[in-house]
Design a protein. Structure first.
Lengths: 247, 247
DNA sequence: AAGTGGTCTAGACCACTCA
DNA sequence: GAGTGGTCTAGACCACTTA
């Protein structure tokens, strides 16, 4: 009798479930379709709801599913490609089919990690501009842009001390600088409360954190910390001269 | 009486736990130190073990903790910066303090997504080279490099049909091509079984998937799909001419 | 008000590491 | 073999959306 490798490697149930569901999504479901609810699915597969949820969580992490409390679980569309490597997509002023929307502005001390990148002493206040990025009219990123006060001197005349008007004023001043180049890093994080609200997600949901340093006039002109929805986004970097990675 | 916003927003327990633990990690623990075990921690905070684990999972996702079955939970070192944007760090031949190690080579049909990027018909076999990337003698990435057979013609003479020798032969042939440029995308994924083993992680653990297209002689010369450990890595992209984002 | 996903509990057993 | 984290169960209640 051919030993058909039965239980040599006892695969976890949720892992096997994930495989089964992935295949089902590929073959039997259309984008946007609603899946049966969790209690029903768990019963159908003969597992506890917590186990089923473990499989669903992974599928959501991989961008295959979208779950919304009070609504249900739907099949997610393919991830959208979001360009982050090109200057024109982040340096203020770039405006295309998808672009940034200034939300607010404050003047306060940045996190120590940001202060270090800006070569500033801890506790020194900077202009902190909050922006939202939308693609296909869906919010994909929440950003905090930190600008040392010395880099935008012409700002005293602006009457609004905070708010979107102030944010736009800071961005306008920034554009007067000639950009030398930039630096980026991507890492995994979890959404803080404010970012989560902006992204229409629950706090703690996985995000891709893109930290960008902008250089101008021989120093670091600004630092941006942008959090992208990890479930819906694929970040693209590329030679703009070359054919685009399919989005 | 000042309404001190008591329970207007009933924060989930695991979320609050995460905050408390984060502060404790910052102030009371050193890198590498072992935390009390999960049952003990849960008892100490007066929550069920599952709830505690939800907090620990998020902290591990954020790279603050490292958990190993049979061993315990330790405080993780800061993430290492791994350069992925520069050609010399991925195009075969680049060798520095951290570099790639050829593991194996097969000739088989790639996933359909890769076939599409290579402009190949579905089912057409390509050279599939598996490599591992190490930094500070720790595995950080597992890569599959797909090379259409037509792009490395001088390969018939190699005796080894598979294995590391064959992999090195393919890479050597690739180096003869002059690279025009490349294209990259980063997204969140979960480690498949083989990658997980290579990265010394459990299957399903979160990874950053970097897809790179290499262009040479007017066409796509190769496609690389590299999965980086999301818990330990920060991927860096940058103008090589500029000061480095602290690693 | 009904139905959904999100949180939480108090247990149990398993796979793994290491002395 | 003792101790760790990983998996799994069968419940309960809550927050949210929609009708």
């Amino acid at each position: 009798m051919g030993t058909t490798q039965l239980d040599t490697v006892p695969e976890p149930k949720y892992w096997h479930l994930k495989t089964v569901l992935t295949d089902a999504l590929d073959s039997e479901f259309a984008v946007g379709e609603i899946l049966p609810n969790e209690r029903e699915l768990a019963a159908r597969f003969g597992v506890a709801r917590a186990t089923l949820r473990q499989a669903l969580e992974q599928l959501e992490l991989e961008g295959r599913l979208q779950r919304r409390r009070g609504v249900g679980t739907t099949v997610a569309p393919p991830r959208v490609g979001v360009a982050v490597g090109d200057t024109e997509h982040s340096w203020p002023g770039g405006s295309g089919p998808d672009s940034w929307l200034a939300v607010d502005c404050a003047t306060e001390a940045p996190p120590v990690a940001v202060a270090r990148l800006l070569d500033l002493g801890e506790g020194e206040p900077v202009h902190t501009v909050r922006r939202t990025r939308c693609t296909h009219s869906q919010p994909v990123a929440a950003e905090l842009l930190y600008v040392p006060q010395g880099n935008v001197p012409g700002l005293a005349a602006v009457d609004a001390p905070t708010g979107a008007a102030r944010a736009r004023a800071v961005l306008r001043e920034l554009q007067r600088l000639e950009l030398d180049g930039h630096d980026q890093a991507v890492e995994l994080g979890s959404a803080r409360a404010e970012d989560a609200k902006q992204l229409d997600r629950l706090p703690g949901s996985p995000v891709l954190v893109v930290t960008t340093r902008y250089f101008a006039e021989g120093r670091t002109a600004a630092v941006s910390v942008a959090t992208y929805r990890a479930d819906t986004c694929r970040l693209t970097f590329g030679d703009p001269s070359l054919p685009l990675l399919a989005s």
